[in-house]
Design a binder for this molecule. Structure first.
Ligand SMILES: Nc1ncnc2c1ncn2[C@@H]1O[C@H](COP(=O)(O)OS(=O)(=O)O)[C@@H](OP(=O)(O)O)[C@H]1O
Length: 303
């Protein structure tokens, strides 16, 4: 298993800052997108512009609550299986979060470095494209993503809460949540779905057949593993397995982060009007696009 102690320290620090932050003061806007003041700063974003990516960096892109910690775990386990060495997360793995010196320290990290990110495609440092790093993009249906996001805010004691699901839904639809609009993020990434070095995967596909997903991820990053290794990693990456270890891997926030891990939990919160509003938004932004088809909205988001 990867060593996550730095990771846990970073999360604990962010939670400590969150305690003193009201919801109305949680966000600051950088280049048109809201980010949480507890995790991001304008200075770090400026420093990120000069970040030098390597061709063997592993970029894992996703909108918040689409399963980035799941993907991070799978990829870390693949690296451990291939290198037969312990894989450490010497920094909080989300590229855009951290202090100003983070990118200097990262220069010394051994390859392959995992760069997780919630950034829209056009906000990534240009060196990622210049140096042809591979990018794996994880998507999840927007209704479950919104529900997961709401619970994270309202269940974790130290994170500012919304007064109600209805209030959160309004902010989500307006893109006034951390890392901005799901739909803007999706439209922005959709333009690059066929780019070389870019692969899209779906949370729901991983849920339906985890071993097949793990195999595809390994192939994309050119990791050569036996069928048995793929099965072992899949068994360690189920929701139940990850939730059982969540306190050890993610600290106090673990059980909140690994909350339910299901497809279709949106049915417990969405009203009929909210369903219609999101269906309309999906139609307006994604119907007829490659990503729109890939998301299988009719299967996962229709009543
Ligand atoms: N192994 C596995 N299987 C299925 N689902 C999983 C798994 N690991 C994480 N999850 C679910 O992913 C949701 C959290 O997403 P993120 O890790 O992207 O959250 S964050 O943005 O980094 O805070 C969150 O979804 P919800 O349970 O619906 O809230 C997690 O439970």
């Amino acid at each position: 298993m990867a060593d996550n102690s730095k990771f846990i320290d970073y999360i604990d620090e962010a939670l400590e800052k969150s305690k003193e932050t009201e919801l109305s003061r949680l966000f600051f806007t950088y280049q048109g997108i809201p980010y949480p003041v507890t995790m991001c700063t304008a200075e770090t974003f400026q420093a990120l512009d000069t970040f030098e990516a390597r061709s063997d960096d592993i970029v894992l892109a996703s909108y918040p609550k689409c399963g980035s910690n799941w993907l991070l775990h799978i990829v870390s386990e693949l690296i451990i299986a291939v290198s037969k060495k312990k894989h450490e997360h010497p920094e909080f793995p989300v590229l855009e979060c951290g202090d100003l010196e983070k990118y200097q320290r990262m220069k010394k990290f051994p390859s392959p470095r995992i760069l997780a990110t919630h950034l829209h495609y056009d906000k990534l440092p240009k060196s990622i494209f210049k140096n042809n790093a591979k990018i794996l993009v994880l998507f999840r249906n927007p209704k479950d993503t919104a529900v997961s996001f709401f619970h994270f805010h309202n269940d974790v004691p130290d994170i500012p809460s919304y007064s109600s699901w209805d209030e959160f839904f309004r902010q989500f639809m307006e893109g006034q949540v951390s890392w901005g609009s799901y739909f803007d993020f999706a439209m922005n990434w959709n333009k690059h779905i066929d780019d070389a070095n870019v692969k899209f995967i779906l949370y729901e596909d991983l849920k339906v057949n985890l071993a097949s997903g793990v195999k595809q991820i390994a192939e994309f990053f050119d990791f050569s593993l036996t069928g048995e290794q793929i099965e072992t990693i899949s068994a360690q990456s189920t929701f139940q397995a990850m939730r059982a270890r969540s306190q050890e891997t993610h600290g106090a926030v673990g059980p909140f982060l690994f909350r339910k891990g299901e497809i279709g939990d949106w049915r417990n919160l969405f009203s009929e009007t909210q369903n219609q509003e999101m269906d309309e938004k999906f139609k307006e932004c994604l119907v007829g696009t490659c990503l729109g088809a890939k998301l299988k909205y009719d299967s996962y988001c229709q009543t």
